[in-house]
Unconditional design. Structure first.
Length: 132
């Protein structure tokens, strides 16, 4: 199980069931900017992730409003943006062609194109337009 940017051992309903599942999992990877947490205590592997001011990207609020977030500071220590962690993993697994994005902007633009015609259609938005 690979848990990214969430703390299910504290936030999910039926915490006893969640903890049982985490204990029984063959491998628990937790990728987060925070440690220790209720969930990281179950982790076999901890991946330090950058927080929002330490990476560029686009945030979607619960109202489906888009906000461009510029990188303001370097992440501490070995922390990396989530997309970079996933891309490095994919490359190690031999999936380099499927994960060939060079930037958060390229990832967002692919995501936006994939939403065309769906309820949350972002296809008219580009990363460059949001950053301007």
């Amino acid at each position: 199980m690979w848990i990214i940017c969430t703390n299910p051992a504290a936030s999910m309903p039926e915490l006893d069931l969640v903890e049982k599942a985490l204990r029984q999992a063959d491998l628990v990877i937790v990728q987060d900017a925070y440690h220790p947490t209720e969930t990281t205590r179950f982790a076999d592997i901890l991946l330090p992730a950058a927080q929002w001011p330490e990476k560029a990207g686009v945030m979607t609020s619960s109202e489906r409003r888009l906000t461009y977030l510029p990188k303001l500071v370097e992440p501490p220590g070995e922390a990396l943006p989530d997309a970079e962690i996933l891309t490095r993993f994919a490359h190690e697994m031999g999936w380099k062609e499927a994960f060939s994005h060079a930037s958060a902007g390229e990832i967002f633009d692919e995501f936006a194109a994939l939403t065309a015609g769906r309820i949350c259609d972002y296809s008219g938005v580009s990363h460059a337009r949001l950053a301007a």
